[in-house]
Write a protein that binds this ligand. Structure first.
Ligand code: OGA
Ligand code: MN
Length: 361
């Protein structure tokens, strides 16, 4: 078989990679031949920790699964930790439905606004109002022009000095120009939005914070929320200072591979990680990729804290569930109105958003 040399045998894969493979989305080949929509393959979810049911049984004073401990913080929400992963905390249902909807709105409208950068910057330069453009079915069109040097700093340029500027246009404007310029629909761009960065800007190519890039502070309401949520995982007497956040956007087949977040100076401070939209599987490994990871569900409104030793643990998201039965987003769906919020509704029905907030220094 071609390419077989590149595919490692199962025995050569790390334990983390094996778990990623176990949970990732596969389609049933059997339904391909019939013209039905392809169905996701069933996976065995029996070993996935489910903090929703752990919370329910805890509320009924039932036993917790082995290795899971409940803590009672100042708020009325219990948080759980794992004996095997010191510094990792799980707060199920930490965000109210209203907070979730507000964060979903902001993640799609204000958070990706320049000077915040997104994955689209490298190719298109800064894009304003992508969500509005998608709502209005606009098209992003390339216009080659020669710019001044200060303008070209924020625009990707070609070797001949032409700068490719992209502009949102009405659909009819594009068709009247003919096929001479490159274009892409703004709804396709919204679907391809993978990340945006708030506060100090993270440079993905160098995997560090580029403090010289222009940036705004983390919005105040998000900052207050993160401070409140971080409190139980903070070293005694210290306050969390949110300085940067990465917003991850996941479509149906998107995953986040196993990684460490190691570019912050002080690992005693937690990363505050919020889940919105469709349910996901989160893998929490150990300090080596060879350590078998624990799998757990992350639902809309759950918050995870990773501090101390847990900052050294590999983690990732191999799967999101976008089907009605498993996505578990009915409460947030019913909060968005069909008349005014149809675009948010359509987006979140098949997507997950993760906001993770960090103190960098
Ligand atoms: C990250 C991360 C986890 C998630 O962005 O570094 O680990 O739940 N995200 O999406
Ligand atoms: Mn991470």
């Amino acid at each position: 078989m071609y390419g077989s040399a590149k595919v490692p045998e199962d025995s050569k894969r790390t334990a983390f990679r094996k778990a990623e493979k176990k949970y990732k989305l596969y389609y049933d080949d059997t339904s391909k031949s019939s013209k039905k929509r392809r169905q996701p393959k069933q996976v065995d979810l029996s070993e996935v920790l489910d903090f929703k049911s752990i919370l329910e049984s805890h509320r009924q004073n039932s036993d917790l699964p082995p290795g899971v401990v409940a803590l009672h913080s100042d708020s009325d929400r219990p948080l759980f930790y794992l004996e095997s992963r010191p510094g990792f905390y799980f707060v199920p249902e930490a965000l109210s439905i209203e907070e979730q909807c507000q964060l979903i709105r902001e993640s799609l409208t204000t958070f990706p606004q320049p000077p915040n950068r997104t994955n689209h910057n490298a190719f298109y330069g800064p894009l304003h109002d992508l969500f509005v453009a998608a709502k209005e079915k606009k098209v992003l069109v390339e216009e080659a022009s020669v710019l001044t040097s200060s303008e070209s700093e924020c625009n990707p340029s070609t070797s001949n000095g032409d700068v490719h500027k992209w502009k949102f246009c009405e659909e009819h404007e594009v068709s009247s120009r003919g096929n001479t310029c490159k274009s892409i629909s703004s709804s396709a761009l919204l679907r391809k939005l993978r990340w945006s960065t708030l506060g100090l800007q993270f440079d993905w190519s160098k995997r560090n914070y580029n403090v010289s890039l222009p940036h705004n502070k983390i919005p105040d309401d998000l900052c207050q929320l993160a401070k409140r949520m971080a409190a139980p995982a903070m070293p005694k007497g210290e306050e969390f200072h949110p300085e940067a956040a990465i917003v991850n956007y996941f479509g149906m087949a998107d995953t986040l591979g196993g990684h460490l977040d190691d570019m912050e100076a002080d690992w005693s401070k937690p990363i505050v990680s919020m889940s919105l939209g469709c349910k996901a599987i989160f893998l929490l490994g150990g300090k080596s990729r060879e350590d078998p990871p624990l799998a757990m569900f992350l639902r809309s409104g759950d918050i995870v804290l990773m501090a101390g030793e847990a900052r050294e643990c590999f983690h990732g998201v191999p799967r999101i569930f976008t089907d009605k039965e498993h996505a578990e987003i009915v409460p947030i769906e019913s909060q968005f109105s069909v008349e005014d919020d149809i675009c948010f509704l359509e987006y979140i029905r098949t997507s997950r958003i993760n906001i993770n907030i960090r103190q960098v220094f």
